[in-house]
Each structure stands twice: as structure tokens, then as C-alpha cells.
Design a protein around this ligand. Structure first.
Ligand code: CA
Length: 701
């Protein structure tokens, strides 16, 4: 059916839906979410297809799409949330788990809520202090806060209704994911798979916050008994004393419910530590790491699982977004669960039984040749198992994966899945012993040991190779088109009944593509990088498209135009004929800062040994926020430009005494060993001098 016919058919249904008075979200409304003009959940519907049935903005009209309103966001770290729209109100989360409510038609701010997360929690957030959105139910808005709280807010006022702590806060658990609500139960997972977490999901009564069930993804200490029979069986796939570091398997992003099968699907993360030699000496599949697991949402009971990467050792989480759809499979409609996890294979599973239907590479992959369709197991390349060979190796994809958390979308019109793909590789090396740090990154991988391989003849380009928006046919397991990104990086995706696919990028634009061909039909500058996913809703006869912008510093050539966010974090909302304009004046406020605009490091006084030690400590403790190799890739200061390089006392005041705790840099006193603050200081000075020398050479040319 052409999209204009769909549009005509849908508009009658949608008008009927919007004519009903607001009544709060319930199960009936969520089950009918695919026919409403609103966007009631981050994934839009239970199936999480993120497909908007609205078609006022379509392949013909999209050229008239422009900014309707924008809302400034007062944080400047990664912005990963998909907004929701319920009863005319748009709810969105920002970095540091803050929630904002806007009038969805006018952009008028209605309320905001700050859970006041202790900045020191940022130290145990592997991948920035982000949050991917809220859930709505019966007049309330539900938030998972970075520090492990699950919080219910009054949807009208933003006032707290209840709050429960869902994790052991003495451990390195964090929440960045979206709570899911199924039949009155709020279900939430957590992150921490690089630290000391044992993964699980928990269901709470949405009205009271009372805990109803919990499903652990990996077995605990056998001496304490197993919570379920499945965990007793899973324990047979583990060796050694895996529970001491938790084992990993965190459910930090992908979850979906299917109204047809009645099952709730969760995506399970990587092992802790990554290197399987330390986690489970002698190997084993290590269930349910890197698996898709189906549960009964009423009881939390196990139904089936499929493990994508048995005995994973490369940070190959299967925590990526999950999607349920009815696709044409061998000529017949078939209910399936789909996932494109980090490991580079696109999986199609039967939604009822978990039977593997298809597993093909959607990006360059060299850790495995293929997946054996009889056993469902990957045929691995032996050299990729650095933990067994003891030899460093470059593997594709690397730890960031061929697809990460960035939302994808399925269009029932085209039968295609649209996903952001990153082609990359990563260095993996074995290490003799695992030095465990209670609040630090514990991977057991010596990446530096593999770095010289990048200098060998014929070696791949290091790290990030290219990225693109890909249209994938899940029935034929084939790419249909791709739209290459000018600047490497992923951004969330939404397909619509207007025959369009919307996505932002890292060069600072937001664009619409023809869903059938991939031709770019429209784009607007955003002054900010975009990693989050767009969404769409209709109010008063107008279709809106909204996206949260802001991530990892400013795009090349952009200046700061926001008074409250260094990376121009904003909620951007578009409609046909929109007349709003982003500010163009560069914001010149003087901020109290230790960062200067030019490289001006002191001479290096540290020894070679100090610099080498500092490099290892930096990689383990600092790189997650301040960037690999001391080069910042986020809106977090590039330490090579810091004035604190001039004096160890100044540096130590920040690093050890926490003098910039209010700005989000909490004290690392309890994390760093004696002398580590100083060796890291020497290392950063060394890197700053190298960068300065390179600049000088470039200037003389
Ligand atoms: Ca991980």
C-alpha cells in the first residue's frame, strides 16, 4: 500500500483516538498504541518497532519541515533519551537522570525533576551519565536514576510518588535504561558489566513500588543456593569462582513485551571481566551472558533463551534493542524477535519458541565465520580467542560493537529494519593476572599489547572505520541500502508511514531519508551532535517530529549557542511550516574552568616508568569519561588543555581532594592506589607535549 493511502486510512483511526478525553496510560491504551497519534512509550509500542503511523510529513511534504520549537537542556553530557508524548505532554530525560515536561504543541516548560544523583556515581558509569527515557502508567512517569533508584513521579506535577533502591549501592551498579511497564508492573534492569555487577531485572508494582519478582541472568555463589532451577543448570556452564566479581550479564538496555506471545524479552550483557580466562577458567558457555531470554512478565519465570556469543570474551553484549514484529518469512507471516547485537550478526528468532531462524553478518565480522544453523552456535576463528592463545589480536567488531544501544526501527510498509551500523575493530590482549579494583574498570584485557599489530603491513585501520544508516531486509538477511555518515558515529532511528526514515548524525544535522531507497530528502543543521532517536506525534491536526540533541562535544565548526549547555544540548521539535530559529550568537559567558583554549603544557618531569604506569592507570580509570589516549571525545574536559598540568598540587586537589566535585568530577581518593594520581599526571603531560609538538610541526609545514 502506498503511504498516502495508509495516511488516509490511519487519519480516521487517529482522529477517533485523539477525540477521547485524556485518561492516563493503561494496558488497553498501550495495546492500542500502534494506532494512536501519541508516543506512549520510549519504543512507542510494546513491540518497540519505533514506527510512527503518522504520514502528514511524507516523501512529498518533508521539504517544508522546519523547527516548530526547541527546549534548552541544562546538562552537557550525552543525551540519549527518546521523548514520550502522553495526553499532550512531552516527557524527556537528560544526562544525570533529570526529567523535563513540556507542552508538546507549544514547547512551554511545565515542570522539571532532578533526582540529585551524587556526582561520584559518574565514576562507575562506564559510558557517561546518560539516561534513555521514561515510562508512563496511570497518571505517573517512571524513571530509572543513575544511582540505581526507580522513581515514580506524578505526571501532572513532577512530584515524587515513590522511590525504591533497586541495586546494592555499595557495588558499581548504574541505571541508564528505560523502565518497561507490562500490566501494572514496572520492570527495570541495570548496568555495571565492566565493574562488579551480577545482572538481573526486577519487577515492581507500579502503584506501590513493592518488589514482585527478580530474574538473575547469571548464577550466584553455589554455596548460597540457586534462586531458580534454570540458574542451577546455568551454573554447570561456568567454572572457577565467577561470582566473586559478579559474572556480569547486566540488562542495561534492550527489553520488549509481545502481546501475541505474552512473553517479555530481555537482552543480556557481557561477562565480568571480559577475559573469560579469569571469569570462568577453562571456558564454558557462561549462561545467560550475551543471550536473549524470554520471561513470563507476571512471574519473572524463565521460558527460553538463545545465546548469541557462548563464552564471550570480547564485551559482546546482547543488551542491544529488541524488537517484535510479524514479518513475511518463507511466504508466510511469522511472529519474530529481532536483534542486531554488538557481535555483528543479525538474529531473527521465533517469538514463541526462541528457535533461531536467521543469523547473518550485517557488518564486517571476523571473530566468527558464520553461525551453524543446526546447533545455533557460532563457528569461531581460533585466533580471536586471545584468552586461549595468549596472543594479542585485532578483532572486528571491537568492544563498542557493530550496533550499540542506538534505537533502530522497523517499517511494516517496507518490511525493512533501519539500523545505525558502526564498522570498527578492537585490540585484545591477554594479561597474566587480574588486578581487581572495587570501583574501577575490570576487563582483564591488555589492549595495549595488541596496539603494535595496527602498525604491521596490511593491518586494518585502527578502531573506528566507518558508520552508516542501514536498511536491512530481515526475511532475506540482506542489506537493501545504506546512507554513509560524513562523521563517524551512531544516531537513533525512526521510520514513519510517510515513507520516511529520520536520523540525526555527528556532523550536526538531522535528516529524513526515503525509506525505500535511502535517498536523503531533507536535512536541517542542529548545532549539536545527535545520538538519541527521533519520535513523532500529532496534536491539533499537526504532525511533530522531536529529537533530543547533544553528545560528545560540539560538531566541527560549531560554536556554543546555549547559555546552559556547552554542547548545545536541546530538545528540537519540527513540523511542516515551523517558524522557530535556533540562536546564532555564540555564547560568551565566562565559566570557572581549569581548561585553557590552547595546548600549553609544562615540561615533562616524570620518568618513562611513571608515564607508562600512568598510561595504564589512565586507560583503566580515566579514559571512560576523558577519552582514550587522553584525547577527549565528549563534552568532558580534554585534560591535555588543563591548567592543573602546571602543578601537581592543583591536579591532586581535583583528582584526590575532589575540588571540582560540584562540576561532576568527584574525588578518586578511594579508587586510585597511592602514587597513581601522580603517574597519570605525568602521562597526561607527556601526551600534551606530544600533541603540542605535532601542532608545531604542522604549523611549520
Ligand atoms: Ca560492556
Amino acid at each position: 500500500m502506498h503511504h498516502r493511502h495508509v495516511a488516509a486510512a490511519l487519519s480516521a483511526v487517529l482522529l477517533a483516538a485523539s477525540a477521547q478525553p485524556p485518561q492516563g496510560v493503561d494496558d488497553r491504551r498501550l495495546r492500542a498504541a500502534d494506532r494512536t497519534a501519541e508516543w506512549l512509550a520510549a519504543g512507542r509500542t510494546y513491540s518497540e518497532q519505533r514506527f510512527s503511523p503518522l504520514a502528514q510529513i511524507n516523501t512529498d511534504t518533508v521539504k517544508g519541515l522546519d523547527l516548530a520549537w526547541y527546549g534548552d537542556v541544562d546538562t552537557e553530557r550525552g543525551q540519549e533519551a527518546t521523548p514520550i508524548v502522553v495526553d499532550g505532554v512531552l516527557y524527556v530525560t537528560t544526562a544525570w537522570s533529570k526529567v523535563k515536561a513540556f507542552d508538546a504543541a507549544t514547547g512551554k516548560p511545565l515542570w522539571s525533576y532532578d533526582p540529585k544523583v551524587d556526582p561520584s556515581v559518574g565514576q562507575i558509569a562506564c559510558c557517561d551519565v546518560v539516561n534513555r527515557g521514561v515510562a508512563a502508567w496511570n497518571g505517573r512517569i517512571y524513571l530509572g536514576a543513575l544511582d540505581g533508584r526507580l522513581i515514580a513521579l506524578d505526571a501532572k506535577t513532577g512530584r515524587e510518588a515513590w522511590s525504591v533502591v533497586t541495586v546494592d549501592q555499595s557495588k558499581a551498579y548504574t541505571i541508564t535504561g528505560v523502565p518497561r511497564i507490562v500490566r501494572g508492573k514496572v520492570i527495570i534492569g541495570n548496568g555495571g558489566g565492566e565493574y562488579n555487577a551480577r545482572g538481573y531485572v526486577t519487577a515492581y508494582d507500579a502503584e506501590t513500588g513493592k518488589q514482585l519478582w527478580r530474574f538473575y541472568t547469571v548464577p550466584g555463589n553455589p554455596a548460597e543456593g540457586f534462586e531458580t532451577p534454570e540458574l542451577a543448570r546455568a551454573a554447570k556452564t561456568w567454572n572457577g569462582e565467577w561470582w566473586k566479581l559478579g559474572g556480569g550479564g547486566t540488562v542495561w538496555d534492550g527489553m520488549a513485551y509481545d502481546v501475541e506471545t505474552g512473553l517479555f524479552y530481555i537482552g543480556v550483557g557481557n561477562g565480568t571481566p571480559w577475559n573469560q580466562k579469569f571469569r570462568s577458567p577453562g571456558g564454558g558457555d557462561n549462561l545467560f551472558l550475551s543471550s536473549i531470554v524470554a520471561l513470563d512478565p507476571d512471574t519473572g519465570k524463565y521460558r527460553w533463551h538463545y545465546q548469541t556469543t557462548p563464552g564471550e570474551t570480547w564485551d559482546y553484549t546482547a543488551a542491544q534493542p529488541l524488537m517484535v514484529a510479524t514479518i513475511r518469512w518463507q511466504g508466510r507471516p511469522r511472529r519474530v524477535v529481532m536483534q542486531a547485537p554488538k557481535n555483528g550478526f543479525f538474529y531473527v528468532l521465533d517469538a514463541r519458541t526462541g528457535k533461531l531462524l536467521s543469523a547473518e553478518k550485517y557488518a564486517p565480522v571476523d571473530w566468527a565465520e558464520r553461525v551453524d544453523m543446526t546447533t545455533g552456535r557460532p563457528i569461531e576463528r581460533a585466533a580471536a580467542r586471545y584468552d586461549r592463545t595468549g596472543r594479542p589480536v585485532i578483532v572486528s567488531p571491537g568492544p563498542l560493537g557493530a550496533h550499540n544501544w542506538h534505537p533502530w526501527s522497523y517499517s511494516p510498509q517496507t518490511g525493512l529494519v533501519y539500523l545505525p551500523v558502526t564498522e570498527n575493530n578492537g585490540p585484545y590482549g591477554d594479561t597474566a593476572e587480574l588486578k581487581v579494583n572495587a570501583r574501577g574498570y575490570n576487563t582483564g584485557v591488555d589492549a595495549a599489547a595488541a596496539l603494535p599489530l595496527y602498525r604491521a603491513p596490511g593491518a586494518p585501520k585502527g578502531g573506528s572505520v566507518r558508520s552508516y544508516l542501514q536498511a536491512w531486509d530481515p526475511a532475506r538477511a540482506k542489506e537493501v541500502w545504506r546512507a554513509e555518515n560524513a562523521v563517524y558515529g551512531s544516531s537513533g532511528v525512526m521510520a514513519t508511514a510517510g515513507g520516511l526514515v529520520f536520523s540525526g548524525d555527528h556532523s550536526g544535522t538531522f535528516a529524513a531519508f526515503d525509506a525505500a531507497t535511502g535517498r536523503k530528502l531533507w536535512s536541517k543543521p542542529t548545532q549539536a551532535k545527535i545520538v538519541a532517536a527521533p519520535m513523532s506525534y500529532e496534536i491539533g491536526g499537526a504532525q511533530y517530529v522531536a529529537v533530543l540533541a547533544g553528545a560528545r562535544g560540539l560538531p566541527d565548526g560549531q560554536g556554543r549557542t546555549s547559555a546552559v549547555s556547552a554542547n548545545n544540548s536541546r530538545l528540537l521539535v519540527y513540523k511542516l511550516g515551523g517558524a522557530a530559529r535556533l540562536p546564532t550568537d555564540t555564547f560568551k559567558a565566562v565559566q570557572e574552568s581549569t581548561i585553557q583554549s590552547r595546548l600549553n603544557p609544562p615540561l615533562l618531569t616524570g620518568t618513562n616508568e611513571q608515564v607508562i604506569d600512568g598510561q595504564a592507570s589512565y586507560a583503566r580509570v580515566c579514559s571512560g569519561c576523558h577519552g582514550a589516549g587522553a584525547v577527549a571525545d565528549k563534552s568532558i574536559p580534554d585534560l591535555r588543555y588543563s591548567t592543573t598540568l602546571n602543578s601537581f598540587a592543583l591536579w591532586n586537589a581535583v583528582v584526590t581532594d575532589g575540588s571540582r566535585a560540584a562540576q561532576g568530577m568527584a574525588s578518586f581518593r578511594d579508587i586510585l592506589a597511592p602514587g597513581e594520581a601522580e603517574t597519570i599526571w605525568h602521562y597526561v603531560i607527556s601526551e600534551a607535549n606530544k600533541a603540542k609538538a605535532a601542532e608545531d610541526v604542522a604549523r611549520r609545514r
